[in-house]
Every structure is written in structure tokens, then in C-alpha cells.
Design a binder for this molecule. Structure first.
Ligand code: CUA
Length: 313
């Protein structure tokens, strides 16, 4: 009966982890109590305003009222008990969420302006997409390479801020195979709303294949994935200027970029490499030096893959 009643207050998204049912139950309980209180208090307030209104022009002032110890005790004790209830259920869950089991698989997460990088226990890296096996606890150890971000997966009911210079963590056990979205929930600049990643929950065997997949894709395909995960928030492919210049036909023969200050630079591998690793070295005319430096985030092979991809545009 209680659970049926609480379901009426359930507006939560799909349940993707073992937390979901518990989090939703506590959330629905608090929502139900809040709705009952606000409706009850408002109804009594309106009724009293009507009942004790001034009924005629010559009505005398009401007699002087001091207090009523019984009523005051009741309206203090009952809400206190309700608050303790909410605290106990909330705290129990919070305590579990802050204590990952010893055997949890650990994945390193790096937030940056504007995307997410992941590194798995065997050293495999991915960008923009986190792949985890179903039914096994996963602990994410998270940091940021620049400003504060916040890692949020609504379907898993987990959220934690990510800082530059230290590690924060969260953990969850996914309960079903499928995809859900990762959001950044800390306003971190112009690309904040597009700082979206994908969480892919797969079977154990599919996960093993994924992290052991050393089969190299062609560089341009690796580059495309890197571009989609890291660059397309700011750089379009169709010629439209965005936060940065468009990458359309970047490598077409003899193309030159005019810099702030009038200098002309030929678009070649070195120029592109420098612009990725040390992004403020040369600023294209008409743009702000907003791009983060990717020094240390991409290795040579990744840079080469990005260049290979840019050449296909
Ligand atoms: Cu990162 Cu908002």
C-alpha cells in the first residue's frame, strides 16, 4: 500500500543500477511527505483566513492569545520524527554509496573542457564513451585537467564533482545491458551543455573483447572518434564558424590561415599539431584563445590519427 502510494510521486528516469530502486524509494518518500505537508498547510491556512476574517465593520479586536503548550509540542515533535525518518533512510543509502566494495573494478576518469576520457585497468583508453560489464561493481576515480566538472549519470543515480589536482570517486553496479547518457552538471564554460558522454553497459564477454581489442582501426577512423569526443563541441565540419574555426577542407592545397596580428600560416601537419598541443601559440583571426591545450592528453599516435582524419574532410 505504501509503495503503491509512493509510486504516484515517481518521476525518476529509467533504473540502471542497484542504487536506482533505493534512491527512488527515498526520493518518492520525501516527495510524498513534502506534497502532503504543503497541501495540508495551505488548506488549513486558507480555511483559517476565511474562518477568522473580520465579519463586520464594528467587530471588536480578538481577545489576546498567548500560547498552547500541547499544540506546540505536537507540531514540534511530529515533524522532528518525520525529519529523523528521512535522515535515517537517506543516510543509510549515502553511507553505502560512499563505501565501494573492495573488489570493485576501477576506471580512471578525466574531465576536461569539454569531454570525458576513460582509462581501464589494462591500460586501454577511451574517449567520450565508458564501457562497463553488467552486474559488476565499478568504481570511477575521477579528476579534471582544468576547471571543476561534475560527473552525472541519471540512469545510475550517481553524481560527483570532479576537480583539478585531486581525485574524487563514485561507484555503482549496473543492472541491465544498454546505453545511457553521462552529463556534466557543473557549469564549466561555453561547451558545458555539450559535455555529454555515453555509458555503455555490456555483457562480461563483450567487455573483455572491448578492453582487449588491440586491433587497430585505420588512423582516420581513430581520428574521427577522437574528433567527435573532443573537438566537435567547438569545431564544425561544414564551414560554419563556432567557438573555433570550422575544419571543413582544412588541408586543401595551399590553404593559409590568417592569424591575429596579420601573419599568414600555411596549414600543415606541424601547424595542426602545435594548435592541438599548444593551442594558444597561434590564434586564427577573429577567434578568442579559448581552446584548452591538449599537451599530455594525446600521444603521437592520436595526434597522427586526428591529422589523418582532418585530411579526409
Ligand atoms: Cu564540464 Cu560542465
Amino acid at each position: 500500500m505504501l509503495n503503491w502510494f509512493l509510486e504516484l510521486f515517481d518521476f525518476m528516469p529509467e533504473e540502471g543500477s542497484t542504487w536506482a530502486a533505493e534512491v527512488d524509494w527515498v526520493n518518492n518518500l520525501i516527495s510524498a511527505i513534502s506534497v502532503i505537508c504543503i497541501v495540508g498547510i495551505t488548506a488549513v491556512m486558507l480555511y483559517f483566513a476565511w474562518k477568522y476574517r473580520r465579519k463586520s465593520d464594528d467587530q471588536q479586536a480578538t481577545s489576546y492569545v498567548t500560547h498552547n503548550a500541547t499544540i506546540e509540542t505536537v507540531w514540534t515533535v511530529i515533524p522532528t520524527i518525520i525529519c529523523i525518518f528521512m535522515f535515517v533512510f537517506g543516510y543509510k543509502l549515502y553511507h553505502e554509496m560512499r563505501n565501494p566494495p573492495a573488489g570493485a573494478m576501477e576506471v580512471n576518469v578525466q574531465g576536461f573542457k569539454w569531454g570525458w576520457n576513460f582509462q581501464y585497468p589494462n591500460g586501454k583508453k577511451s574517449s567520450g564513451e565508458l564501457v562497463v560489464p553488467v552486474g559488476e561493481p565499478v568504481k570511477l576515480i575521477m579528476t579534471s585537467s582544468d576547471v571543476i566538472h561534475s560527473f552525472f549519470v541519471p540512469a545510475m543515480r550517481v553524481k560527483e564533482d570532479v576537480y583539478n589536482g585531486n581525485y574524487s570517486y563514485l561507484w555503482f553496479t549496473p543492472i541491465r545491458i544498454g546505453e545511457s547518457r553521462i552529463f556534466c552538471t557543473e557549469y564549466c564554460g561555453t561547451g558545458h551543455s555539450e559535455m555529454i558522454g555515453k555509458l555503455k553497459v555490456v555483457s562480461r564477454s563483450e567487455y573483455n573483447d572491448y578492453i582487449n581489442d588491440k586491433a587497430d582501426l585505420p588512423p582516420a577512423e581513430i581520428g574521427q572518434k577522437l574528433f567527435e569526443a573532443n573537438c566537435q563541441t567547438c569545431h564544425t565540419l561544414d564551414g560554419t564558424p563556432k567557438i573555433g574555426p570550422s575544419m571543413q577542407a582544412l588541408f586543401s592545397s595551399g590553404k593559409k590561415h590568417e592569424m591575429e596580428g596579420g601573419e599568414e600560416v600555411e596549414v600543415d601537419e606541424n601547424y595542426v599539431r602545435e594548435s592541438i598541443l599548444n593551442s594558444k601559440a597561434k590564434i586564427v583571426k577573429g577567434y578568442q584563445p579559448l581552446m584548452p591545450a591538449f599537451e599530455g592528453q594525446f600521444d603521437d599516435k592520436q595526434i597522427e590519427s586526428l591529422i589523418a582524419y582532418l585530411k579526409t574532410l
